[in-house]
Write a protein that binds this ligand. Sequence first.
Ligand code: KG4
Ligand code: ZN
Length: 334
Amino acid sequence: MDKILTLGIETSCDETAAAVLRGGRELLSNVISTQIPLHQKFGGVVPEIASRKHIVNIMPVIDEAINKAGVELREINQIAVTFGPGLAGALLVGLSAAKSLAYALKIPLIAVNHLEGHIFANFLSAPELEPPFLSLVVSGGHTALIKMTDYNSFELLGQSRDDAAGEAFDKIARVMGLPYPGGPEIDKLAKSGNADAIDFPHPKVTGYDFSFSGLKSAVLNYLNTAQMKDEPINNADVAASFQKTVVDTLAEKTLAAAEEFKLDKIVLAGGVAANSSLEKTLREACNLRGFKFFYPSKILCTDNAAMIACRGYYQSLEKTFADSTLNAVPNLGL
Ligand code: KG4
Ligand code: ZN
């Protein structure tokens, strides 16, 4: 089984990506063609432009992934593709390519949930990692705490009731005039700011659910009020204070859940996992409490097809395959 070659395909948002995986953890290639510069002038992803660009890129990206892996297309044993959540038109491009290839090559097709994929990026960065563990998934569209008891069981402990963490980063950055995507920009700017300069309200949600819209409004109000009064704004302090509030909230709930459910491994996943302060805060807190901490390498934090191939491989062990009727599910949950 370990020689199984899985081709992963990911087109849920603004990255066209393909990867080849041998067995469950040996990554042979990981090609990502990003559309970020194309969407930047609009301040966010334009769905119609994303779909069109995926159409242009998908076959060259798959070809490159196959070539870089040093294999032949006919050697691929199975295809794993993201079917949701994401932009409908963007998802359909990856799905059509995956379905056509699986049909032509007469090989199984595997339907992968993008959010589950983010968690599986960790198995590629840390091949020794095994469930059970607690995962904090923080991406542009989702914030969730998930208990994973084995490779195919996900228990949702809590999630965001409104804005996702990444969404809050992106919206605040936009108002501050920073380019899209705002998360990495706020991360950079925060390094030169004072995180205790402004006391933004901590979200007050009990249990393991999250809410970031109140915090987002508080930051936007702070910026608007200062502008109206013609007061100087220290953008670095705003970025650092906002980021600290988000990071503290995420870390607090994650550590509480790990203690309550007696899980001694904490696994960070999703685009916001690339945030330097979140990674540092969780790492230090885990060291203090004796938890093991895992987070993916930077390139595997944000959208990629390697994580989709990895998730697909573990689904194939359970023989959960899809067929040509597979459709995109833009609002797919966990
Ligand atoms: O997982 P991802 O690539 O796409 C989705 O599935 O949504 O996540 C993208 C999100 C964006 O909101 C982006 O601003 C955020 O991840 N992000 C960051 C950082 N790098 C990416 N947020 C904070 N700090 C970062 N360094
Ligand atoms: Zn993602």
